[in-house]
Design a protein around this ligand. Structure first.
Ligand SMILES: [Zn+2]
Ligand SMILES: [Zn+2]
Length: 192
């Protein structure tokens, strides 16, 4: 059954275009020329990709993690409004016990893209150049704003003993609460 071989891979999974790549290099770029030609119209965009180097004080978006932007783009006479959610996973250290802690941010965004130096002087807007919108800076800002600064592994985390350093989530110690750890260290040295 080797007939029809002249049609090659037709009918199969679409491959990359000529000279193209199966991997989208700039997943957050959206062409908005058609949208801008018809102010008042809305388009839904679901884009996802890796955004490197996102970290807060004690948490990080893991390298290679996928950031998902689920956004509605709407044109208005001065530019494009973008509203929806941007989500990303994060991991870091518990502020009390130092143990691993992980979670997911889902940031709500409502921003504008406008031509820089426009008549409106929209300084709060992201740049809109040559009918192209880059959602990556928006996604990055939204996630960074939403990352927790001092996460807890659980609301009931008991933390470390300030005197002996034991992890009180997994073990108990005989330290007296309120005692000064510096004096107890001296006491231990003085013991015969
Ligand atoms: Zn903890
Ligand atoms: Zn202790």
């Amino acid at each position: 059954m080797t007939a029809e071989s002249s049609t090659g891979e037709r009918g199969g999974i679409p491959g990359p275009g000529p000279g193209g790549s199966s991997r989208v290099k700039r997943p957050f770029i959206v062409q908005v020329a058609a949208l801008r030609k018809a102010p008042g119209t809305t388009r839904h965009e679901l884009r996802q990709g890796v955004i490197d180097g996102m970290a807060a004080v004690s948490v990080t978006v893991p390298a290679g993690a996928v950031v998902v932007a689920d956004l509605a783009l709407a044109s208005y006479p001065g530019g494009i409004t973008v509203a929806g959610t941007v989500s990303a996973p994060w991991h870091g250290e518990c502020r009390r016990c130092g143990g691993p802690v992980a979670g997911q941010v889902a940031a709500t965004v409502r921003e504008r893209f406008a031509p820089s130096g426009g008549a409106d002087g929209d300084e709060d807007a992201y740049p809109l150049a040559s009918d192209e919108v880059d959602l990556e800076p928006l996604a990055r800002d939204a996630v960074l704003l939403e990352l927790p600064l001092a996460p807890l592994c659980s609301d009931g985390c008991r933390g470390l003993c300030p005197q002996c350093g034991i992890n009180r989530n997994v073990a108990a110690c005989d330290c007296v609460p309120g005692g000064d750890p510096r004096w107890s260290a001296l006491d231990a040295l003085r013991e015969p």
